[in-house]
Design a binder for this molecule. Structure first.
Ligand SMILES: Cc1ncc(COP(=O)(O)O)c(C=O)c1O
Length: 376
């Protein structure tokens, strides 16, 4: 066991392609003299992603936040956008960036997924809502078919922010086509990475044309007669090349995540003080990118102390997402009790390429000792 662990243990995949992979990509770029503007590496990445995910169209973008802004700009016409009051703040920020109102529904209890009753209640009572933007967080998935049904019933456009759920499957199919568009992040902390980057997926050819037009400042595909507001969200050839390398290792990365997740489950001793969030189910095949502890109400006031204790031991656990979401609108936080509870009680432990079984033994011992030392 590692007592004097010297490396920093981060939350997030932090799988960065090797120096050889970098050299390979840079060599390729300097030979090809093609650096950006929808070059051959980007086209090749989009083709590979489309075949991996089983979706007709993929657009590589600078990052997922830009991807969300582009998808919203293409799909949301007017009124409010409904989203759960618990996500990475980029979800809400993207809505604000296109000038739309953010409107909240609640999550389920002890899960980041949208509560269907709360979602439907909002759709019934607020007819300014024209779009639903749902995050698939912690490599788990929302109740896809019920949400599709509700979006259709209330004539709302559905977009998924699947930044944290790349390669997860619902009833045997990889996600990517469940909304009109779906957005993924390839940030350095994600399962596949271009360090910064992301993509938008869709099966709709005219939407694809529109998205492509908004992504580029050059209107690269098709004829879009109506002039659109343009967001320059191109992915560079360097990003695309790195992402192709990263994608080639994905099977190994998911297998590693699954092993690490199961080892945590074996070693951590929750003893009624917290739950380990299970992202998979009979319908959902997870890529296990997150290990989330949800602290019990009786102990959630020690989350800050636990985070500091872990940080002092080089374990960069994160309270994903302890954020003041009231900055995005003035709805009463008390109307969203599950989201508020989640914001106060969850903490993510390290998982991903850089985390070894020895690290998990070390981290689990620190967590177990911490909870054993509590006198309640
Ligand atoms: C749910 C969610 N949405 C959006 C983003 C933004 O992604 P990016 O950093 O690629 O812009 C993230 C990043 O972690 C995320 O987790």
């Amino acid at each position: 066991m590692l007592d004097n662990i010297s490396k920093v243990l981060p939350v997030g995949q932090l799988y960065v392609p090797s120096f050889e992979d970098f050299k390979d990509v840079v060599d390729h770029l300097s030979k090809n003299n093609y650096y950006t503007n929808h070059g051959p590496l980007l086209k090749s990445l989009e083709k590979e992603l489309s075949s991996y995910l089983g979706v007709k169209y993929v657009l590589g973008v600078t990052n997922a936040t830009i991807g969300l802004i582009i998808a919203l700009e293409a799909l949301h016409e007017e009124g409010s956008v409904l989203t759960p009051r618990f996500s990475f703040p980029a979800t809400m920020n993207a809505i604000c960036m296109i000038g739309a109102n953010v409107c909240y529904c609640d999550t389920l209890q002890d899960s980041p997924n949208a509560c269907l009753e709360s979602l439907e209640d909002k759709l019934i009572n607020d007819n300014s809502i024209k779009t639903i933007l749902l995050p698939n967080l912690w490599s788990t998935l929302n109740q896809i078919e019920h949400i599709k049904f509700l979006a259709k019933k209330y004539c709302a456009t559905l977009i998924y922010d699947s930044s944290q759920a790349f390669s997860c499957s619902y009833e045997g199919e990889k996600i990517s086509i469940n909304g009109s568009a779906e957005v993924f992040s390839f940030h350095a902390t994600k399962l596949i990475t271009s360090l910064e980057g992301g993509c938008i997926t869709t099966n709709n050819s005219s939407l694809y044309e529109k998205l492509t037009h908004i992504r580029s400042s050059y209107g690269a595909v098709g004829n879009v007669l109506k002039p659109l507001r343009i967001g320059s969200g191109r992915m560079s050839e360097l990003q695309a090349g790195l992402c192709l390398k990263s994608l080639s290792y994905i099977k190994r990365s998911i297998e590693q995540n699954r092993k690490i997740f199961n080892l945590y489950k074996e070693l951590l001793k929750p003893k009624n003080k917290y739950k380990i969030f299970e992202p998979g189910s009979r319908k959902i095949e997870s890529s296990y990118q997150y290990v989330v502890l949800i602290l019990d109400q009786a102990v959630n006031q020690v989350r800050g102390k636990l985070t500091v204790h872990l940080n002092n031991n080089n374990i960069f656990a994160k309270a994903y997402f302890n954020y003041d979401f009231s900055v995005f609108n003035d709805e009463n936080p008390m109307d969203f009790p599950n989201s508020i509870k989640l914001s106060k009680s969850c903490i993510c432990l390290p998982i991903g390429e850089r985390i070894t079984p020895e690290d998990v033994i070390y981290i689990s011992k620190i967590v177990n000792d911490f909870f054993d030392s509590l006198d309640f």
